[in-house]
Design a protein around this ligand. Structure first.
Ligand code: ZN
Length: 110
């Protein structure tokens, strides 16, 4: 198997895990534990975008539309402050919220 094929397998594995078709454990047990996204934490929409870009480059648009839908859901769940001049006066260990818009300025991932 060449590097390109391994990368492709990694992306397909990521797609299957991100879309809940299979689990990381199942992929590992099958002996092809390559992934195109960071495993072991919460999915991050930036990482899913990287997988999406890959399938875009292959023009696999059905894969892309499923991933886009998931990215949109994640972004809706996690609104972030987009103020140019955010205001805040409390510092929580997990989140610093903006007083102007009420959304987090930074979210720290455990
Ligand atoms: Zn704000």
């Amino acid at each position: 198997m060449n590097k390109e094929t391994i990368r492709h397998i990694a992306m397909v594995n990521s797609f299957n895990v991100i879309t809940s078709r299979s689990s990381v454990e199942e992929v590992m047990e099958a002996g092809i534990g390559y992934f195109g996204h960071e495993i072991g934490g919460e999915f991050d929409s930036t990482e899913i975008r990287r997988v999406l870009k890959y399938f875009e480059s292959l023009e696999m648009y059905e894969y892309c539309s499923e991933l886009s839908r998931i990215i949109n859901e994640l972004d809706r769940e996690m609104p972030m402050c987009e103020c140019d001049y955010p205001l805040f006066d409390t510092y929580s260990p997990s989140e610093v919220g903006c007083l102007s818009c009420g959304n987090p300025i930074v979210k720290l991932i455990e």
